[in-house]
Ligand binder design. Structure first.
Ligand SMILES: Cc1cc2nc3c(=O)[nH]c(=O)nc-3n(C[C@H](O)[C@H](O)[C@H](O)COP(=O)(O)OP(=O)(O)OC[C@H]3O[C@@H](n4cnc5c(N)ncnc54)[C@H](O)[C@@H]3O)c2cc1C
Length: 579
């Protein structure tokens, strides 16, 4: 695609000869930005830092710019107490500091690429006007997908300050409020937590069989447990069919639940209205297509944020990642592109994190479901380490799943669910992926250690140990969902935990032979394929090494009894077993 010449950084002086004398005019570059929140405002402020003379106009159809949309759920829950803490900037503050012309309540309704103009409508007065642009940046974000049906009950998305004002108005108008939240994704779960925090009785309605689908099912099981433990009525495989009476919502499972309010968090889709109307290329994922410098198929028009297709780090395909970090990063880099110093964007890993009732959920890259669907050969590691040395007071557990390319040892993805320290580990893994480190190389990372922070063998190093054992063939593991097929083919399950642990709960049909007795009792084991397991996988590995060296055909159940239980048994049994 031909690239436009870089924009001049400084005003160009034009000499104009007239009958009355010679006049000097300054021609400024004019950049128009559509959307004044994450991506748009990052672009605008960076542009100003790079070019004092450019004319920069930001059109925002909402009433607020640069507001903290990620903080909205926490204002509903009262964690963020003051509404003005969400409003990071105003048109006036942006004018004062960055000399930006920010026009709120103003919608861009049309792009004329030939004339290089946009038509804008003032939503308060309905007046329309036309503005010329030298460069145009689309940062229109995403729009909500609706999972609600016609209802007499107030139904809101949770995306804007106005949404939160409406939600708060409903909640303050009733004494003992109840709510239905549709969708158990990022925003749905944050809504649930904050409604409960506020004393609202919550029903969470999820269309499919699993809560928080970016996780694989065994990793999502503790999330479901935590929700139910905190009194949330979670309905899986269910949709809202309508309101039956004031204050009652009907569900597809034939029941009705109380609701003064419905929060529709069914998901989002890229807002490509303007781009489509302007005939810009739309990617296969549904987002606006851009190259690595954020330029669209029209070299004078750029696009960033939730509305834009990203390049997937996993396979180079187009993908959608609706996260603030990428919107901000790409907003910054689009300014560099426009200013004439373009950089190629790094592919998107899809790193994300979420807190729900004290449980941290974090993920990066691909999950197992996606790898299987793509037919991509992979290895899996589950571990259940503590965030720091177990002997130091206050250690908290976490469950980690690492997905590895079976051919190259590349890290393809990770999921972590647990308490303290989850955030740090997911970021280390995201950095390892961005740096192209193989899974086995995690053994070599020299990470900070003192007993109150980590372990001398950090959970990240431990992942590397397991991964390198698998890569070298020192151990062979089996996933929780492969167990039944292996047993049906004649394998025997050997539980190497203590008799007490076995009695507290075991895999049906397993025989118990504790690790410490194993060497003495080898003769009792049949010469058939064996699947050993312990609670989390570590003793199972030692047992597998003993048995392998005695000529047995053996596999270690990855992640042990804990992962198997999470994958096969639903709450509240899981919660009791892990307590
Ligand atoms: C409740 C909530 C919580 C979130 N929490 C997190 C989190 O914890 N972590 C995280 O990484 N991400 C989070 N996100 C996602 C994150 O906010 C988005 O990824 C990010 O804001 C996307 O930036 P953007 O610039 O593409 O779109 P936005 O920030 O949504 O901005 C787009 C703006 O464009 C305006 N607009 C659209 N069309 C027009 C038009 N034609 N004319 C004028 N204006 C227009 C819209 O009004 C909107 O204000 C959260 C989102 C929400 C809603």
């Amino acid at each position: 695609m031909p690239r436009p010449p870089p924009l001049r950084r400084h005003p160009v002086t034009l000499r104009v000869d007239t009958l009355w004398g010679i006049f000097a005019l300054e021609a400024h570059v004019k950049i128009i930005i559509v959307g004044g929140v994450a991506g748009g405002m990052s672009a605008a402020t960076r542009l100003r830092r790079l070019d004092e003379s450019a004319e920069i106009i930001v059109f925002e159809r909402g009433h607020y710019v640069s507001f903290a949309n990620c903080g909205l759920p926490y204002f509903v829950g009262g964690v963020i107490r003051r509404r003005d803490e969400l409003l990071l900037q105003t048109p006036e503050s942006l004018e004062a500091r960055f000399a930006l012309d920010v026009r709120i309540d103003t919608e861009v309704v049309h792009i004329d690429r030939t004339a290089q103009t946009v038509s804008v409508r003032n939503l308060l007065t309905d007046e329309e006007s036309v503005e010329h642009y030298d460069r145009l940046v689309l940062a229109a974000g995403a729009s909500a997908r609706s999972g609600a049906t016609e209802s007499t009950i107030p139904t809101h998305t949770l995306r804007t300050v106005d949404d939160v004002d409406h939600i708060n108005a409903v909640l303050t108008s009733v004494a003992a409020a109840s709510a239905v939240v549709i969708g158990g994704g990022f925003i749905g779960l944050e809504a649930v937590e904050n409604l409960v925090q506020r004393g609202v009785q919550v029903t969470l309605v999820q269309r499919g069989p699993q809560i928080f689908t970016p996780l694989d099912p065994e990793m999502a099981a503790p999330v479901l447990d935590r929700l139910r433990e905190r009194g949330v009525d979670v309905r899986l495989n269910t949709t809202v069919t309508g309101s039956v009476a004031s204050g009652t919502v009907a569900l597809s499972d034939g029941t009705t639940v109380p609701a003064d309010l419905v929060i529709d968090a069914s998901g989002v889709r890229p807002d490509v209205t303007l781009a489509q109307q302007a005939g810009l290329r739309i990617g296969a994922s549904g987002g606006v297509w851009v190259d690595g410098t954020q330029a669209t198929s029209d070299p004078l028009i750029f696009a960033v944020g939730d509305g834009v297709e990203k390049t997937d780090a996993g396979n180079g395909s187009g993908t959608l990642v609706t996260m603030a970090g990428l919107a901000n990063r790409h907003g910054r880099s689009v300014a560099d592109s426009i200013a004439g110093t373009p950089e190629q964007a790094a592919p998107a890993l899809g790193t994300g994190i979420l807190g729900i009732f004290g449980l941290t959920i974090a993920l990066v890259g691909w999950n197992e479901k996606r790898l299987v669907a793509a037919g991509r050969a992979h290895r899996i590691v589950h571990t259940h380490p503590a965030n720091h040395a177990g002997y130091f007071p206050g250690a908290e557990g976490m469950s980690i799943k690492l997905l590895i390319d079976a051919e190259t040892d590349a890290i393809l993805g990770a999921q972590i669910v647990g308490g303290a320290g989850v955030d740090k580990r997911i970021d280390v893994l995201a950095v390892a992926m961005a740096a192209g480190l193989g899974a086995s190389a995690l053994t070599r990372l020299e990470l900070a250690y003192a007993p109150q922070y980590a372990s001398a063998k950090d959970p990240i190093n431990q992942l590397g140990y397991v991964a390198s054992n698998l890569a070298q063939g020192t151990s062979v593991n089996l996933q929780w969902h492969e167990l039944e097929a292996a047993r049906a083919a004649g394998a025997v399950i050997v539980d190497v935990r203590s008799a007490g642990e076995f009695a507290a709960g075991s895999i049906p049909g397993a025989i118990n032979l504790s690790l410490d007795d194993l060497r003495e009792r080898l003769v009792e084991l049949p010469r058939v394929p064996l699947i050993v397991h312990c609670q989390v996988g570590q003793r199972g590995h030692t047992a597998a090494r003993i048995l392998t060296q005695h000529g047995f055909d053996v596999q270690n159940l990855d992640g042990g009894y804990r992962t198997w239980l999470a994958g096969t048994v639903t709450s509240p049994i899981l919660e009791r077993a892990l307590a």
